[in-house]
Design a protein. Structure first.
Length: 339
């Protein structure tokens, strides 16, 4: 039976709110730093199978995004900075990495880290990489969001989800909270997104979503983050990604058609791609060992050669990005090789 891996919980304070993050490691030997960003409505648990598989080769850090899991939401008195938007999550991630590395990694530093994002986390990670490329030496995007939700092949399901979150935020608090935290609704989402027939993995996914999909700070936070997750995409900043990028996609991902994934990939100059044709939006659960191995091979291997990008690029206006505890931090692209 799959079990939750053990990790060390740590915390830091940013601009008046506390961020909690989980540190996966086996020893204090110098290793590259790999930061992972989870998706909408989840927390660090969603990426822990991948993190656990890499903990002997990297310092793996997985924060709970502000307003989710054990992290506090953005302060209510912060004006525009209090909204749980893509721009503010990018600002959070930049400040988190700077604080995590004691200022070693900044927008002006000469080396960065490895950064992985899943789903909505792929949007946050990609926008940070486009905005502050020196902070990210290599970028891994798992189930990257390649198109806005309501333009997907599964637009009807997206419309139903939009109604669900809108209703949950508008109902009186008790009713709205009950609806949004409903295990019935969570189980429906789990069934819709799961493609594996492995009963152990299916049970693990259901239990994960039941346990952690309700760990958000408030209905307002959930609605704001949901809105951000349906509007932001990786595609809008794909031409601005200058570092090597690994794209891990699912052929049955309802959040992005294969055509949109391929189109987005064609806009990234230095890329490697891997598609799981029979997997949907939960690659991080269903193919965790395979993802971990792909990530490691990408990080230790040679950078992909630049290729000619697709002729039909989005306009530059649309492509604009939104704008220590680890004392032995090493540049992520080390020259190490397996013994």
């Amino acid at each position: 039976m799959l079990e939750n891996p053990r990790a060390e919980r740590r915390s830091l304070r940013l601009d008046g709110y506390k961020v909690r993050y989980w540190f996966y490691d086996v020893d204090t030997n110098p290793k590259p730093l790999l930061v992972m960003v989870h998706g909408f409505r989840g927390d660090h648990h969603g990426l822990q199978l991948v993190a656990d598989a890499l903990r002997d080769r990297y310092h793996v850090v997985v924060p709970d995004l502000p307003g989710f899991g054990r992290s506090e939401s953005f302060p209510d008195d912060a004006g525009e900075d209090s909204t749980h938007s893509v721009a503010n999550y990018v600002r959070f991630l930049r400040e988190f990495i700077q604080a995590l590395t004691d200022g070693t990694v900044t927008p002006d530093s000469d080396h960065g880290i490895a950064l992985l994002g899943h789903s909505f986390g792929s949007v946050i990670a990609a926008h940070l990489a486009a905005e502050s490329p020196r902070m990210v030496e290599r970028l891994i995007l798992v189930n990257p969001i390649s198109q806005p939700a309501l333009t997907t092949d599964n637009a009807l399901a997206s419309s139903i989800a939009d109604t669900y979150y809108s209703l949950g935020s508008k109902l009186p608090f008790g009713l709205g909270d009950k609806l949004l935290r409903s295990n019935t609704a969570t189980d429906i989402m789990s069934r819709e997104m799961t493609t594996t027939q492995d009963p152990e993995i299916r049970e693990y996914i259901v239990n994960q979503h039941r346990a952690y999909f309700g760990s958000y700070a408030s209905n307002r936070v959930l609605r704001e983050a949901y809105q951000a997750s349906t509007e932001g995409t990786v595609a809008e900043v794909a031409p601005l990604l200058t570092m090597p990028v690994l794209l891990i996609t699912g052929g049955k991902d309802p959040m992005g058609s294969p055509a949109s994934q391929q189109r987005m990939a064609a806009w990234i100059r230095r890329r490697l791609t891997h598609d799981f044709p029979e997997v949907g939006h939960l690659i991080h659960y269903e193919k965790a060992p395979e993802v971990a191995e792909m990530v490691d091979q990408f990080l230790i291997g040679p950078a992909p050669e630049p290729v000619e990008i697709h002729d039909e690029l989005p306009s530059l206006d649309l492509a604009r990005p939104n704008t220590s505890q680890l004392t032995q931090l090493l540049p992520v692209v080390s020259r190490r090789r397996r013994r």
